[in-house]
Design a binder for this molecule. Structure first.
Ligand SMILES: [Zn+2]
Length: 99
């Protein structure tokens, strides 16, 4: 096994990391399950973030954010279409997408 440096124990949060995002209006199906917000139960109208570290985060209309480990940058790229630009901050991207 290669000797990787220890992972950063602090999970990256979307507001710390530059990334791309898209709006996802329809129910989001992951591995055959409709993803619902664990906090409020919303299942449509997501903002989907893909961060530089290859993680994908979902934000519901109420602003709850969770990482979805079954999704990654490859999934995002297959589903997002052309990415228009990177957003320097979460707030910038949310404004851009109208959330
Ligand atoms: Zn929610």
């Amino acid at each position: 096994m290669p000797d990787f440096p220890p992972a950063d124990p602090r999970a990256p949060a979307p507001q710390d990391v530059e990334g791309v995002m898209m709006r996802w209006m329809q129910p989001l199906v992951v591995d055959g399950d409709v993803h619902a917000c664990p906090t409020c139960g919303a299942y449509r109208d997501w903002i989907v973030f893909c961060l530089r570290d290859d993680s994908v985060w979902l934000r519901c209309r109420a602003g709850h954010q969770v990482q979805e480990p079954r999704l990654n940058a490859a999934w995002f790229n297959r589903n997002s279409g052309p990415v228009d630009h990177w957003h320097p901050t979460l707030e910038d991207g949310l404004r851009h997408l109208g959330h």
